[in-house]
Write a protein that binds this ligand. Sequence first.
Ligand code: FAD
Length: 454
Amino acid sequence: MSQSRRQFIEQCAGMVGASAMSGMIGRMPASGAQDQPLANWAGNYRYSTQRITSPTSLAQVQEFVRRHQRLKVLGTRHCFNGIADSADHLLSLRELKQVVELDRSARQVTIESGMSYGQLSPYLDEQGFALHNLASLPHISVAGACATATHGSGPTNGNLSTAVSALEVVSASGDVLTLGRQKDPDVFQAAVVHLGAIGVVTKVTLDLQPAFTMRQDVYLDLPMTQVREHFDEIVSAGYSVSLFTDWQKSRINEVWVKRRIENNDTLTVPKDFYGARPATANVHPIIELSADNCTEQMGVPGPWYERLPHFRMGFTPSSGKELQSEYFVPRSHAVDAITAVERLRDHVSRHLMITELRTIAADDLWMSPCYERPSLAIHFTWKQDWGSVSKVLPMIERELAPFAVRPHWGKLFTIPSPQLQQRYEKCAEFKRLVAQRDPRGKFRNEFLNANLYG
Ligand SMILES: Cc1cc2nc3c(=O)[nH]c(=O)nc-3n(C[C@H](O)[C@H](O)[C@H](O)COP(=O)(O)OP(=O)(O)OC[C@H]3O[C@@H](n4cnc5c(N)ncnc54)[C@H](O)[C@@H]3O)c2cc1C
């Protein structure tokens, strides 16, 4: 590893949680704001207002919505762009984070929408239940994650929004609507991945399954030739598989295989994984960083919610001072898409901390990047240098354009609005529905204007 890369990584590790003053892509705080501007988790985006209200009841949410012409709901602030931003008012539901009902026979849980996966998962496990999948970190709010089609990995696992079976929403008029998968399928399919455009989600009902145990095994240095020849077998080697690469040396640096252990069976896992060797200790996806904040590996069995995410609750996930982008292509083009990005490695690698490759099942949620497409997601954790990253993104987007690439809604991209809209077959219908539900654009913001209406 070069000296400068090591120094950079050490600095990042030391600066976890620090507010970044450079690489800002957000707006400056609204005038009259106090000293500490309200920023997103990574510190790269400053919200445009400091006016943030945290209601403690549904009635207060309704009253707030009725009283204000424009507002946005803020989740746990883990998006890297302005999707949650408002120039006027921010509403945080962090005080509303109770379990409302656990329906054992229907295998469903209803929660208030300020709850995070990290709060919900141990409760579900104690009750004998599990969610079908989790993202790389448990710190994010369920409502914010589902609004942006946040995903984990596994060719048979839909993104986290696919577990939603009902939503309670305070609409622009302040009235409460309940949307259900069975009750009104069309509106529901439009509303689950809503990008914050349809109202304030106050309750979420999620499908559950019986709690399960998992183990996590990491392999190092998988040759890229093996990925090209055995892509399907490799990504199906476990319930959830993640490939991490820096795009150098024609190899995947780390393969994280998360396997379910059924009926306390002892699994025998291969020592040789398509030419990759087993890690001999827990590792971080960026191998130079300490694995202290990572979930247990080395085949140690544990509950689903402590193996599906890469990062542990109670610790800072990822590296902290970073930017992220992610692109979804149809899984049928996975190998060609990986090869296309590999061609750009000299442009990509110098600004990159790590890439993660994951697969996701197709779904029927209109604005999901996996809408009607089993997908490969190509993720980039970048150094926090927007000036450089903003020049590399169009190159990647051009290389992936033949595969009708769709970006992650909560991460950084530069695909122009007309192209973006074309890549979502249901975009026009989604906007019609938004217009019906929110005729005066109460929940519109610059992000939506630029990307859906540009
Ligand atoms: C370290 C790190 C790791 C990540 N790993 C993954 C990963 O593994 N997979 C992945 O797909 N993404 C990942 N992400 C991206 C991120 O988790 C998601 O995009 C998610 O949206 C974040 O949820 P949030 O609550 O922080 O959302 P926010 O950024 O707060 O809000 C996102 C959107 O949801 C809306 N919203 C939130 N709550 C409500 C509500 N109650 N009612 C109406 N609208 C609402 C907001 O208005 C906004 O439009 C990661 C991000 C970070 C920082």
